[in-house]
Design a protein around this ligand. Structure first.
Ligand code: NCD
Length: 355
């Protein structure tokens, strides 16, 4: 891999994405033959936010590879509750393990952790920013269920503002040729500006609409998402947004015969339960593909076992303008920006601000 860590899927080249998803499909067919491939290795799962699938699939993946697991799923039971910084926790756990899977409620936390880790960090969701291993899962689903990553019209519906799975998915799919996007959301839950810029730079056609029924006949893949209740400033803002988009049998009747429905899960009320029986509903298969995707990723990322700590970069001055960026929570972090035209882009959370 050209990067030691997986913070964003851009840490993998398009050919690495192809290779990992191909490997995942082989693991799916021949799971038992991979047992022992990670014997003696330890995977740490540090989950500062709730999770069912991501955490359990990573743990199962390592156990199926013959490795072992450590970690916490409730920071209240760790020294985080005593005020330990992310940096200190990561330095300690990277001394105990060979690879760390981190889920954290704040955007940019995975990038921050990678500055202080002697072992590879996998971003298992950083606030409302990114979720690259869900996208690997989604790519394996597309490989198995559609047989291709390109030439697809992809509908994405729900909370496109805070839905980190959506951000990673759009970034990845825009790098394959011939894909177009129908973005279905209310005006206040549309994709962030940086995602629109990304689509435009990739030359991928996209439209924003607010009517799911209209999108149904157009799409080859429909990616449903829940409204991210925990990211809203108040419960009333969440209540205003919930229940707007519900995929039901009536809407399914408007879709192509070979369209597939995906969802990272958990589902709240955005897909009615009777849609589960439609053969085009692939979200439960998707959860199983996530296991093989993560087995393939762990195999790839533990190939080089040498531990090392790169010298953390130094940077002072400009603060990130995003109040939800990790730089505002962990005060020791260097401010890292890259220039993009007239803008400064925060390397942790991708927020852009004029220079
Ligand atoms: C997603 C997440 O955590 O972002 N869940 C998952 O990892 N499968 C989606 C969600 O919580 O809505």
């Amino acid at each position: 891999m050209h990067s030691r860590h997986l913070i964003d899927l851009s840490d993998l080249s398009v050919s690495e994405l192809e290779e990992i998803t191909r490997l995942a499909c082989d693991i799916k067919q021949n799971t038992d033959t991979y047992y022992g491939a990670c014997r003696g290795k330890i995977l740490a799962t540090l989950f500062y936010e709730p999770s069912t699938r991501t955490q359990m699939s990573f743990q199962t993946a390592m156990l199926r590879l013959g490795g072992r697991i450590i970690g916490f799923d409730n920071p209240a039971n760790s020294s985080v509750s005593k005020g330990e910084s992310l940096k200190d926790t990561i330095r300690v756990v990277s001394g105990y393990s060979d690879i760390i899977v981190l889920r954290h409620p704040v955007s940019g936390s995975a990038k921050a952790a990678s500055l202080y880790s002697r072992v590879p960090i996998i971003n298992a969701g950083d606030g409302g920013h990114l979720h690259p291993t869900q996208t690997l899962t989604d790519l394996v689903t597309l490989r198995v269920e559609k047989g291709r990553f390109s030439g697809l019209c992809i509908g994405v519906c729900g909370d496109l503002k805070y839905g980190r799975t959506v951000h990673s998915l759009i970034k990845a799919m825009a790098s394959f040729p011939g894909n177009s996007f129908v973005l279905v959301s209310t005006p206040s839950l549309g994709v962030p500006e940086y995602i629109k810029d990304y689509l435009s730079a990739a030359g991928a056609p996209w439209v924003e609409i607010n009517n799911l029924a209209e999108a149904m006949p157009l799409v080859d893949v429909l990616y449903m998402t829940r409204i991210q209740r925990e990211r809203f400033a108040s419960e009333s803002e969440y209540q205003n947004q919930r229940g707007v988009y519900i995929l039901d049998r009536e809407k399914m009747a408007r879709a192509k015969k070979d369209m597939i429905v995906m969802h990272p899960l958990p589902r709240v009320d955005e897909i009615t339960v009777d849609v589960d029986d439609d053969p085009r509903a692939k979200y439960f298969e998707q959860t199983e593909y996530g296991l093989y995707a993560r087995m393939a990723l762990i195999l790839k990322m533990t190939e080089n076992t040498a531990k090392r700590l790169d010298t953390p970069p130094r940077g002072t001055g400009t603060k990130c303008s995003n109040p939800d960026c990790i730089t505002h929570r962990e005060g020791y972090l260097p401010n890292l920006f890259r220039k993009s035209g007239d803008l400064l882009v925060c390397e942790y959370c991708e927020e852009r601000a004029p220079q």
